[in-house]
Design a protein around this ligand. Structure first.
Ligand SMILES: Nc1ncnc2c1ncn2[C@@H]1O[C@H](COP(=O)(O)OP(=O)(O)OP(=O)(O)O)[C@@H](O)[C@H]1O
Length: 242
């Protein structure tokens, strides 16, 4: 459903992504791992069009979404994103946060938007907090609201950019549990993560990046038990020592 072809991205003279190619099939759960600064977040931001690639193509159901005239909000509704820092609207209640995108981008009526918002807030266990403001919530609760907000758009693919990195350790589990439930339901996901256990146990495909290129990719069993690339081996052995 999503194909990235020869994607490169530079910030000035700094080439951050180089000739990235990969394909996402329906139901895939792809973890993107690699050291800090290897380009993982930039890759996800390019897929979501928060950054404009310097070259290459992104095909979603065979249309090139980098062509002029593409409906960017419409595309982002189908390819949703969950950020490390939640990106909730601070002045809006939990419910409003989950309704606003549906109203503005999908032109859903008030009642339908409310129903969908409630449905997905229940799914992530946040229905009791509909009237709360984000500042009244813990980090784990904020992230669960952010996931409900993305789900309320009923996307075909969800992109997660280090969804647990900003959380206190005791809150990581509740967010990973919500993500595991989505995987069980067949959600297609790309997850940039430092959670190696999630990458190994939950995804069906793992992409290892270093210095803006994909060094190695495979199913998690092979990648974690017998990495072929020297940089993958070094990266994983550092993690195993921790
Ligand atoms: N807007 C920007 N302007 C200039 N350089 C940027 C910008 N965004 C990212 N970079 C640079 O691109 C490189 C890759 O950053 P990116 O955040 O994609 O890496 P990452 O693998 O996600 O790292 P981390 O795991 O620490 O989040 C870094 O050197 C970073 O400084």
């Amino acid at each position: 459903m999503l194909r990235i072809e020869h994607l490169s991205k530079s910030f000035g003279a700094h080439e951050v992504l180089r000739d990235i190619d990969f394909t996402v099939y329906r139901g895939d759960v792809i973890s993107v791992i690699g050291s800090s600064g290897s380009g993982k977040s930039t890759l996800l931001r390019c897929v979501n069009l928060l950054e404009t690639p310097s070259s290459g193509e992104i095909r979603f159901h065979s249309s090139n979404i980098l062509s002029p005239g593409i409906n960017v909000p419409g595309y982002r509704a189908k390819v949703g994103m969950v950020f490390q820092s939640f990106n909730l609207f601070d002045n809006m209640s939990v419910l409003k946060n989950c309704e606003i995108g549906q109203r503005k981008v999908l032109s859903r009526g008030a009642e339908e938007a409310r129903e969908k918002a409630m449905h997905y807030l229940r799914k992530v266990g946040m229905a009791p907090y509909v009237n709360a403001l984000p500042r009244q919530l813990s980090g784990g609760q904020k992230q669960r609201v952010a996931i409900a907000r993305a789900l309320a758009m009923e996307p075909e693919v969800l992109l997660f950019d280090e969804p647990t990195s900003a959380l206190d350790p005791e809150m990581v589990g509740e967010v990973l549990e919500v993500m595991r439930n989505l995987v069980r339901e067949g959600m297609t996901m790309i997850v940039v993560t430092h959670e190696m256990a999630f990458a190994r146990d939950v995804s069906n495909h793992v992409v290892f990046m270093a210095d803006g290129v994909i060094c190695e990719e495979s199913d998690p069993i092979r990648l974690f038990s017998a990495p072929k690339n020297k940089r993958t081996q070094e990266f994983l052995s550092r993690f195993l020592q921790q």
